[in-house]
Design a protein. Structure first.
Lengths: 146, 340
């Protein structure tokens, strides 16, 4: 099951040129890009590992693509996303966020139904991939920080 | 591509990416020519005017010529680079292949010979010709690149390289990065990263190394592989006294001051004396001298107001006289190395 989250999630995966074009749009607006990765695809998992540092004072998107490539090399079977923050409101606000890398095989989610009182049913989303321990999901090797 | 043809995909996605992140587009009428070298007739005419006008390159070169005194060799090299890139652009247009050339450079010369200024202009030229996407200049020295403890250097250098991407990385006194006599110096790591970046990411940034000629030469002989990755070694000669006087005139013009004819002579005399003194730094010394002249000029006017309660004319405000110049310490015999 293909995970969709963030901007452009229903488009085909962006090419490196398109990633660069998007990031450049952010940089031209004065926003700061950052690369993040994880192997837990649950939609409520908002805190991903950060790759390196947030990239302030960049002029050119090639630097971000460069970091995305390095991150892919180190964590090939992970989800990697680029988050672009807008600080103009006095706090870092996500302005743009999109996935730039995903595992080759995404097993998807199972739906657990819990029967509780009065025929009420509670639903839980459970990722098949996340049943293996952190680092050995998606047949990849352990995560490597930036 | 018109917006009506398909719905907008958002900023950055509608534009043709090759144009923003490549070296100019292949013209549409030549897009399906398989092998332009063989298939196109030799007498096919190529639009030249468009390419020249689009890049506004003539203006940039003319400004370079106007604002920088002398430096003929340097200007010739900038012009050559510009010509190559322009021709590349036209070749691209009809579908001919061309490898992006290596444009890393070394600028050697004494202080104040215009290395930094030319680096700024180089960024502009390369940007106008579509070689660099941004053309900004990031000026760094050893402190910005080399770390202070194990594991500090690589991230530090990488951050700087990333900041310079799309533009020019100007490394002043580049030879300080690497110290041969200390094998545990972290500079080695920086040099290796630089070498790798200069080879693999040629399209993303241009590295310019600057410094004294003899020290740069020694640096290159200590680090094999560096010199061969630098395509252009440009030497900045010292200025002659006439050229320095011309620089002074340009600077005065820009600051809207003028010399009296006597001051003109006095300044030539001043330059001749100053050039014989130690720590003479060409253009920079001229700039400092002019700053001091303006100070003395202002001081003189102040005194005039204090003593005579005189009114000042516009002429007073813009004219620097010979007396202002003669008050310089350079005319002091005690400070003249030849007589003291």
């Amino acid at each position: 099951m293909r995970i969709t989250q963030g901007t452009f999630s229903y488009l085909d995966d962006l090419t490196d040129e398109q990633i660069a074009a998007q990031v450049q749009y952010g940089i031209d607006n004065g926003w700061a890009p950052q690369v993040e990765f994880t192997d837990d695809p649950h939609p409520r998992n908002v805190y991903w590992h950060i790759w390196g540092l947030p990239m302030f004072d960049l002029q050119d998107a090639a630097a971000v693509v460069h970091e995305v490539k390095r991150c892919r090399e180190a964590n090939p079977d992970h989800y990697i996303r680029v988050t672009i923050y807008d600080a103009s409101r006095g706090r870092q606000t996500t302005a743009l966020q999109f996935i730039v890398n995903r595992p080759a095989h995404e097993p998807g989610f199972g739906l657990d139904r819990q029967e509780t009182h009065d025929r009420v049913i509670r639903y839980t989303l459970r990722s098949y991939a996340a049943q293996a321990p952190h680092g050995s999901r998606y047949d990849g090797e352990g995560p490597i920080g930036g | 591509m018109s917006a009506d043809a398909r719905p907008s995909l958002g900023p950055g996605l509608d534009e043709r990416v090759e144009d923003r992140f490549g070296r100019g587009l292949v013209d549409e009428s030549f897009a399906d020519v398989g092998d332009p070298l063989a298939d196109l007739p030799d007498d096919l005419l190529v639009e030249v005017a468009d390419a020249v006008r689009d890049t506004a390159i003539r203006d940039v070169l003319a400004r370079l010529d106007e604002e920088l005194v002398a430096l003929h060799e340097v200007k010739r090299r900038v012009r050559e680079v510009a010509a190559l890139l322009l021709v590349d652009r036209m070749r691209r247009k009809i579908g001919l292949d061309s490898e992006p050339p290596t444009l890393h450079m070394s600028f050697t010369g004494n202080p104040g010979t215009g290395k930094t200024t030319v680096a700024q202009r180089m960024g502009e030229v390369l940007h106008k010709l579509g070689y660099l996407r941004k053309g900004h200049v990031v000026s760094v020295s050893r402190d910005d690149l080399v770390g202070q403890y194990v594991g500090h250097t690589a991230p530090k250098t990488r951050e700087v390289l990333k900041r310079a991407m799309g533009g020019v990385l100007f490394i002043d006194e580049a030879y300080h990065i690497y110290r041969v006599d200390n094998e545990r110096d972290y500079g080695q790591e920086t040099v290796e990263m630089l070498l790798q970046m200069m080879e693999n990411d040629r399209a993303d940034l241009v590295v310019i190394m600057a410094g004294y000629k003899d020290k740069i030469d020694r640096f290159f002989s200590d680090v094999p592989g560096l010199s061969s990755r630098i395509g252009h070694h440009i030497d900045f000669p010292d200025y002659s006294s006439d050229e320095l006087a011309q620089i002074a005139r340009l600077m005065l013009d820009r600051q809207q001051y003028r010399f009296t004819p006597e001051a003109e002579e006095a300044f030539a005399d001043y330059l001749a004396r100053r050039m014989r003194q130690p720590r003479f730094a060409n253009g920079r010394s001229v700039r400092n001298a002019l700053d001091r002249l303006r100070m003395r000029h202002a001081n003189r006017l102040w005194d005039a107001i204090d003593h005579d309660d005189a009114t000042l004319s516009k002429g007073d405000l813009v004219t620097i006289t010979a007396d202002d110049i003669h008050a310089s310490r350079v005319f002091d015999f005690a400070h003249d190395p030849e007589t003291s």
